[in-house]
Design a binder for this molecule. Structure first.
Ligand code: GLA
Length: 346
């Protein structure tokens, strides 16, 4: 059963909805603005449901916001240096919404679009058609994002097709706090990333092309580590971002298989999260730009380091770095990627 409620209106007066699915074990609320996850309630060790993702109470806050809370990010997630991409030997200038660079699809990325919604078995399918030239991207892109809730697992399936060669690199930008949002910061929560390497950034958070081993660095999350352990380290990458904000190279990526990229847990709530994907990279972002501004659910402040993201993705700035997998979708090909958030108890 899906409960459909009003979620307010966009600036231009279009109605927005909140879709809530509850299967007796977990509950997810989704909205068609940004095809976003608004809330995700899972049981803690005492069987109490805890909302483990940041979100807001109405559509306008998503439209005016700049934190991508729970949103679908596209056409290209993360940063592109100077907003320039290359396709078939031709360069294209995209919109530049973060200084000279493009971040998360431009000024009005997929996170700000009003998607069509359709109820499917155990879930909702959102559809958006991005016209040729939107934010500078060539060709039309038809995108489907399906959220499916089974038990305490939320699966997100991405499908896209284009009428010409283009870029497609979608992600979900959920911010997690495994103690439940509003219950302090995430510094004592543990994260494990199944990656032996990470991509290094310049001071503008743009990958330089260098891929380094995590060995003997604070970027080593091969065994579970508390986020607070190295977050204030003077390691250059961490200083640049004022916390964690890099891309890790997922071990055993083969382009097809859906594999575990990361795990996280809180000893306090007992809630565990496993992130699976068939994408090549994962961004650990420790909420460094959360600044208390923006109004969260029930008027709560969204404080610094009050949640973390594990964004499954193509490596950022791939067009400037030929050694990275290229997020190119050829005309007629089907983009078919999955991100899974699987919850449990320690
Ligand atoms: C991603 C980026 C961060 C930041 C957030 C959005 O996680 O890596 O640098 O831009 O999105 O605030």
């Amino acid at each position: 059963m899906v409960k459909i409620e009003s979620f307010g209106k966009t600036k231009s007066g279009k109605k927005v909805f909140l879709y809530t699915l509850n299967n007796g074990k977990a509950e997810v609320s989704l909205t068609n603005i940004g095809a976003a996850v608004v809330s995700l309630k899972v049981p803690d060790k005492n069987s109490c449901l805890k909302d483990v993702v940041l979100g807001c109470d109405c559509a306008l806050r998503y439209e005016n916001g700049d934190k991508y809370l729970g949103a679908t990010v596209g056409r290209c997630s993360n940063r592109i240096k100077n907003g320039i991409i290359f396709l078939n030997g031709k360069s294209f200038q995209l919109s530049q919404n973060e200084g000279d660079n493009q971040l998360h699809g431009g000024f009005e990325g997929f996170n700000k679009k009003l998607w069509d919604a359709e109820i499917i078995e155990n879930g909702i399918k959102f559809t958006y058609i991005s016209p040729d030239g939107e934010e500078g991207y060539p060709s039309m892109l038809k995108t489907e994002v399906s959220y499916i809730l089974t038990g305490t697992t939320l699966e997100i399936h991405y499908k896209a097709i284009s009428d010409g060669d283009t870029v497609c690199a979608l992600t979900n930008h959920s911010y997690f706090n495994l103690d439940g949002v509003g219950n302090g910061d995430i510094l004592s929560q543990y994260v494990q990333i199944f990656a032996e390497q990470f991509t290094t950034n310049d001071e503008h958070s743009l990958p330089t092309g260098e891929i380094l081993s995590v060995k003997d660095t604070p970027m080593d999350f091969l065994t579970p580590k508390q986020l607070g352990a190295d977050i204030n380290s003077d390691y250059e990458q961490i200083k640049f971002a004022k916390g964690f904000d890099n891309n890790w190279v997922i071990k055993n990526y083969d382009g097809k298989s859906i594999i575990t990229a990361a795990k996280a847990f809180s000893k306090h709530s007992g809630i565990t999260l496993e992130v699976l994907t068939n994408l090549p990279g994962i961004q650990l972002y420790s909420g460094n730009f959360l600044d208390g501004a923006g109004i969260g659910k029930k008027g709560a402040e969204i404080k610094n380091r009050s949640a973390f993201c594990l964004e499954c993705q193509y490596f950022p700035n791939a067009f400037a770095n030929e050694n990275f997998p290229q997020p190119v979708l050829k005309a007629g090909e089907v983009y078919d990627k999955t991100i899974i958030y699987k919850f449990g108890i320690i």
